[in-house]
Design a protein around this ligand. Sequence first.
Ligand SMILES: [Zn+2]
Length: 281
Amino acid sequence: MRIFYYILYLVILHVSFFCTFPTPSQAKYSGLQTKQLSVLQRKKRAATADQSRLWPNATIPYEFDKGLPKNLKNLLQNAIHHWENKTCIDFVPKLKHHKDYVVFTTESCGCCSSVGKIGGRQTLSLSSYCASESVAIHELGHVVGFWHEHTRPDRDSYITVLWNNIYKDLHKNFFKRNSFEVNSFGRPYDFASIMHYGPRTFSNGKGDTMVAINGEKMSHQSASLSTEDIIQTQLLYQCPEPECEFLISASTRGRITSPYYPSHYTANVDCQWTVVVPEGI
Ligand SMILES: [Zn+2]
């Protein structure tokens, strides 16, 4: 395959991006008060095996709640760019004719979202104690239709859950889902998924909450979509081949890849990408 890359740097100051994403891990949950923990346990979990939860044309209408602080709005906008750059999912501002849509808000549970489209108005809630771009990308993953990777039906072949190390009220976040709820398209278990908790997420302080069966050290929760996240999104929404003219917008330092990487492109075509980043990166 021969691809020519013509990248126009509109405001780029440095060609090389570096991964400086914050690692969420359990740090984002440490120090939570009992009330906050009890709120977290109400996080809704559902399945993407339910086709009715998919967004038509992979398009998700959204609006920002008026009371949403600017920093959270920025995080969500960056997370939206991340999803749009790497998958065929489109987030569009809600118009009058959109009956099913997501409201980004601080109300309700904080750091939570419904899984997939539930019909009508639904919320994605962020809170100051979980304010990071990686959390925003994770919560958008729920909106797109993803469950937690560590709850998929075959997880016991890859991880052991250490129940005694998890806050009792939060055990349900580790309950395994059945194959009627989850469709992983036969793809491999993915420790690097944005939807996989880190080894100490929701730890009660006694140690790790999950260990890998093969004895490997589990890394912290990912800060960006993994290759498998992208592949599964393509399979879930039957994404078309990526277009060869594409606007890549980045908000933080990182690695540039072709749109929808690792998707294949038609052989012998010329591709033109425009990369836009804020001044100063
Ligand atoms: Zn989650």
